[in-house]
Structures are given as C-alpha cells and as structure tokens.
Design a protein around this ligand. Structure first.
Ligand code: PNS
Length: 160
C-alpha cells in the first residue's frame, strides 16, 4: 500500500489544506495527516483543538489517518513506511524553506520522497497566518476555512 504523510501545523486547517489532501488522495492509497506538536512554537489552537478541527473537516473522507506527532518527521515517515511526504507550494517564497526541509529529510530518510503539490489557484494566497490575522479583527473568512474552523476562530477571538 502506498502511504504518504502530509505534515503541518494546521493552526488552523484551511480549505487550501483540504484541497491538497484531496489531490494527494488521488495519488496515494492512504494519507497520514500529521499535526506537529512543537513545544518551541506558539500556536493559536492547542494540539487537541487542531486535531479536532482536522478530524471534523475530514469526516466522511476515507483513507485518511489523523495523528499528532512531536518528534522528527523523518522518524514518523519511517515508522509509517511512507513513500512520500506531501508539502504544498503556493508561491516562490515558500520554496527556500521547503527545499531545505526536503533535502534534510532525504538525508534522514532516503527512501521517502518529498512531493510538492500546488493547490487550486484560488488558494495560492491563502495561509493559516493570514486567516488568523483577519479573524482577529472579525474579518470575513468563510470562503477560506471549513465552517467549524470559522466558528472556532470567532470563539477564540471572543466574537461569539
Ligand atoms: O505547517 P508548517 O508549520 O509549515 O509545518 C512545518 C512542519 C511541521 C512540517 C515542520 O516543522 C516539521 O517537519 N517539524 C517536525 C520536526 C522535524 O522533523 N524537523 C526537521 C525538518 S527537516
């Protein structure tokens, strides 16, 4: 079975992430959506909140496993026997960091390829950070995030 891993912060998951998940599922038999829990990083949502939103957004979609990981992505890739790590490339600005990560991960786990997927053009300028920025000031984000994420953001910023 060809398994791929889609790692990220998902703080929170957006329609751009979902677009990529659907594309990856057209290629692989199983996709592990791996939510990073990095104690050095400051997230808006707790790990459990992020996991809940990812799981609810993927309800009904088969062949997906959602998990939380706190170690090296390369170790998780080995453990899951993943043939690929999926990352999204939206703009040239993503490239440098992604390129470094891909090469480092290849060094750590040579049998797993990093595969870059390009989201639908309507999501190319979308990021979780921008969404949080807009939501903080009660701006309109409905077309960019699943309904439950929109609600969770409103609650987080005390608008409901
Ligand atoms: O959504 P993000 O924040 O861009 O995701 C970054 C993530 C989680 C994929 C990256 O930080 C990661 O892989 N972290 C796990 C720790 C690790 O393996 N670091 C070395 C990467 S070469």
């Amino acid at each position: 079975m060809k398994i791929a891993i889609y790692p990220g912060s998902f703080d929170p998951i957006t329609n751009g992430h979902l677009d990529l998940i659907r594309r990856a599922l057209n290629i692989f038999e199983k996709l592990v959506v791996a939510i990073a829990d990095n104690p050095e990083k400051e997230y808006l949502f707790t790990t459990r909140e992020r996991e809940k939103m990812v799981k609810e957004s993927l309800q009904g979609i088969e062949k997906v496993e959602v998990l939380i990981f706190s170690g090296l992505l390369a170790d998780l890739a080995k453990q899951k026997n993943a043939v690929a790590i999926i990352r999204g490339l939206r703009a040239v600005s993503d490239f440098e960091f992604e390129f470094q990560m891909a090469l480092m991960n290849r060094n750590l786990v040579p049998d797993t390829e990093t595969l870059f997927l390009v989201p639908s053009e309507r999501f190319t300028y979308l990021s979780s950070s921008l969404i949080k920025d807009i939501a903080r000031f009660d701006g309109k984000i409905d077309e960019f995030v699943p309904k439950i994420v929109g609600k969770a953001l409103k609650k987080k910023f005390d608008f409901i």
